[in-house]
Design a protein around this ligand. Sequence first.
Ligand SMILES: CC(=O)N[C@H]1[C@@H](OP(=O)(O)OP(=O)(O)OC[C@H]2O[C@@H](n3ccc(=O)[nH]c3=O)[C@H](O)[C@@H]2O)O[C@H](CO)[C@@H](O)[C@@H]1O[C@H](C)C(=O)N[C@@H](C)C(=O)N[C@@H](CCC(=O)O)C(=O)O
Ligand SMILES: Nc1ncnc2c1ncn2[C@@H]1O[C@H](COP(=O)(O)OP(=O)(O)OP(=O)(O)O)[C@@H](O)[C@H]1O
Length: 450
Amino acid sequence: MTFDRDSIRAFHFAGCDFDAASGVARLRYAFDGGPELVETITVPGAPFALDAARAQAAEQALRVLHLIAGVSYYKAAVPEEIRIDSYAIDADTAAFLESLYTNGLGEFAYRNGLNLHGRIRFPADASDAPAAPALGLRRHALVAIGGGKDSLVSIEALRAIGVDQTVTWIGGSQLIKACAERTGLPTLNIGRQLAPELFEYNRQGAWNGHIPVTAINSAIMAFAAVLLGVDQVVFSNERSASYGSLIEGTGEVNHQWSKGWAFERDFGAHLQKHVAADLHYYSLLRPLSELAVARQFAKSDRYDAHFSSCNRNFHLLGERPANRWCGVCPKCHFVFLALAPFMPKPRLVSIFGRNLLDDPAQIPGYDALLEFQDHKPFECVGEGKESRAAMAALSERPEWREDAVVERFSREIRPQLDASELEVAPLLKIDDEHRIPAALWERLRARLAS
Ligand SMILES: CC(=O)N[C@H]1[C@@H](OP(=O)(O)OP(=O)(O)OC[C@H]2O[C@@H](n3ccc(=O)[nH]c3=O)[C@H](O)[C@@H]2O)O[C@H](CO)[C@@H](O)[C@@H]1O[C@H](C)C(=O)N[C@@H](C)C(=O)N[C@@H](CCC(=O)O)C(=O)O
Ligand SMILES: Nc1ncnc2c1ncn2[C@@H]1O[C@H](COP(=O)(O)OP(=O)(O)OP(=O)(O)O)[C@@H](O)[C@H]1O
């Protein structure tokens, strides 16, 4: 079938089903009357024996996943109409999805010159759903691991306060597997196969661009939590993720919107209302800035030879960097800079295999992070004020201040900045806006503040 994005009128949520005997969920979508696009999710641990209440909650969680994962396919044509063929949703669910699709596709829309505001409408044909009951879920955390520093900080914090956890990841990344194994904790690897037709549609000119992948991973893990009967889904999205890039003439566009607080708050509440009252979705790092997370990570060298925050490791198709850090992307730039104030220099250079701050070719990349004559890159990097404070701290350290990027910062950029805004300490403050269960928070707070 040829794919002509401009002639497509409607996107269909065709249906979803789950086979408890094999652990395979199928999420089905279609454009107009075209062939079905089927994404599959495979949860290990089958067969699943679910009582009536848990089976009902699993069906609800599956629908939430179906509705959220549809964003990968919807974006290919962005048609005017959205149809849900095999079940109905209420107004509350429709509003949640409209916000997720509009904001989560913000970077996609900006880069493609599309205006999605007011365009994405989910049909709300059901009356308000009654509140979901508590299922008596067992106290246990499924903790998402992404191979980078953030989730490893969460895993070690939960370990330190004695919370039972299963380190969980989606997809076939060998790098994530190695980090998960390095934790020495129980692991769970959930399979995910996108509908193969999507890649063919991309070749034929489908709209393409960034999607809110953390929302999809969150929904997959919430579904798995219900199947496994556990009460916590833990992510590691820091406070800084709530702030996007400020684009002149456009306003704020947040690459990592689904890592931000607005998504966490709305998704967590949605699960408790529509799936199970005792299912807790939270980000353990929400009270922390990127610099505070980096400071925590630097305390142990357990993962130095295994982790990477460089997204080039995680392509479904194509090449990966040879030594885990490409060294030229915004995430490599930022993570090197964020760790530098908290780690001995030889350790950091050995992790990356080079000193990114002593390479003049990296100056434009660092200018973007500093929001100097450029906007913050579309990547999961800290706020401009964090990069400026980290660079200012390094400019005062004998071991760093003569390195090319740092020296140029001291000479050209620092004199234009307000010195009172270059302190690292205020950026390490712990916030109170989070969804961490109260029973854990006091112990966690003490650990994260130390
Ligand atoms: C690895 C990566 O950064 N990929 C982004 C890249 O995609 P690319 O085409 O270069 O390669 P693939 O990832 O192999 O994807 C192939 C196509 O499939 C589409 N797709 C993929 C996953 C999915 O869930 N739905 C999909 O539709 C994708 O659009 C490709 O056409 O560029 C894309 C366009 O900008 C990005 O969308 C790809 O990002 C991935 C979805 C991804 O997993 N990225 C994470 C590494 C990532 O960015 N994580 C952020 C969290 C941001 C958030 O939650 O919004 C972070 O922590 O940095
Ligand atoms: N493949 C995956 N499966 C499950 N969770 C994932 C996956 N990739 C990322 N995540 C989770 O999504 C959230 C955002 O990812 P992010 O890349 O910011 O975290 P990270 O990999 O732990 O750290 P870093 O910011 O250093 O890359 C984290 O909670 C991470 O654990």
